[in-house]
Design a protein around this ligand. Structure first.
Ligand code: TXA
Ligand code: MG
Length: 323
């Protein structure tokens, strides 16, 4: 398939001033973060934020994460209680998003929060933090992919999906974490896990010194839409056997029965390492999906640590499609 790509693709080392200039003009551009590529726009500019939804084809009621350069910028936007502050000190910059009470007069455009009185904040590592510091404004950035598709973890994947719709893709190579940030809501009642992600829940519990509430209600995170991470192929999970014609998403050193029949095979981690598996998840799904197999069979991945997020993403990829 030939893709018409409008976007300039610039390496990080050459992209900073162009990225800042485009963000100031209200463009939506793709930037690397440590988790996945983000489709970034000035969070204080409503037209720019609208461009994100338009580019992604995302339903407008889904709130976005506002990315900040540091804790000081975050504290001008949201109220941090001591627990929130402790988590930010421990995990920022990094793949943790905090949902906190939104301060009046923060300058954040309401399209970002979709009308909620809370706001999701994250301080990314690397180029993301540099571009936000240079812009001196928070940046809204959902994953850089068409709504419902697999999140882009390389500049090439972003170009193939959104290259015809955005002016710039900043190429920072493969994103090291490979899946989205963990989202927690922090209040005086404690911490609730809203979306498993790049930091294991156990690590957060260790720093917080209290358990995370699970199955939180009242917030509809789009990461929670059933078929959010949908490949075109059907998915069969926790398989014990591969059927003829299936592609196989493997995990660990041992193969399930019939693995030799698989028309394509990708192993999330030969050694059974969950961090490595998380990093490979979206790129392997994409590769197996493009093999043309009608079904992707996935071997079981243990539920501990980052395995929770991996299983969550796999379950979404396997969910029945709305359309
Ligand atoms: O790793 C990441 O988090 C990536 C990179 C680009 O930073 N970004 C990302 O953003 O995944 P997005 O927009 O795809 O996911 C935002 C998530 C959604 O599930 C949304 O519902 C949730 O954050 N969210 C945003 N504001 C919220 C709020 N006030 N309360 C609860 N959830 C919120
Ligand atoms: Mg996404």
């Amino acid at each position: 398939m030939r893709i018409w790509c409008l976007a300039d693709i610039l390496p990080e080392s050459e992209a900073l001033s162009r990225a800042v200039e485009l963000l100031r003009e209200g463009a939506a551009i793709a930037i690397p973060t440590e988790t996945v590529y983000g489709l970034a726009a000035d969070a204080t500019n409503g037209e720019a934020v609208a461009r994100i939804y338009e580019t992604k084809g995302r339903p407008q009621f889904n709130p976005l994460i506002a990315h900040v350069a540091d804790i000081a910028m975050a504290e001008r936007i949201a109220d941090f209680n001591p627990l929130a502050r402790r988590l930010a000190d421990a995990f920022w910059p990094g793949p943790l998003t905090l949902v906190l009470p939104h301060r009046a007069g923060s300058g954040i455009h309401p399209l970002v929060t979709a009308g909620l009185d809370t706001i999701a904040l994250r301080c990314p590592r690397g180029f993301g933090a540099r571009v936000i510091a240079a812009l001196d404004r928070p940046v809204a950035a959902p994953s850089a992919n068409t709504s419902g598709r697999i999140s882009g973890t390389t500049a090439q994947a972003v170009a193939a999906d959104l290259g015809a719709r955005i002016p710039l893709i900043v190429d920072g190579g493969s994103t090291p974490v490979g899946l989205e940030s963990t989202i927690v809501r922090v209040s005086d009642d404690g911490i609730a896990l809203l979306r498993p992600g790049g930091i294991a829940a156990e690590e957060i519990e260790r720093v917080a010194g209290l358990p995370l509430a699970r199955g939180a209600k009242g917030v509809q995170a789009p990461g929670m839409l059933a078929s959010h991470y949908a490949p075109s192929a059907h998915m069969r999970l926790n398989v014990t056997q591969v059927e003829a014609g299936e592609a196989l998403l493997a995990f660990g050193p041992r193969r399930v029965a019939g693995a030799e029949k698989a028309v394509a095979l990708r192993n999330l981690s030969e050694s059974g390492d969950l961090r490595e598996a998380a990093t490979n998840l979206f790129s392997h799904l994409l590769a197996l999906d493009s093999s043309g197999a009608a079904t992707i069979a996935a071997e079981p991945v243990p539920l501990e640590g980052l395995g929770e997020a991996i299983n969550d993403r796999l379950a979404r990829a396997a969910a029945p499609r709305d359309s």
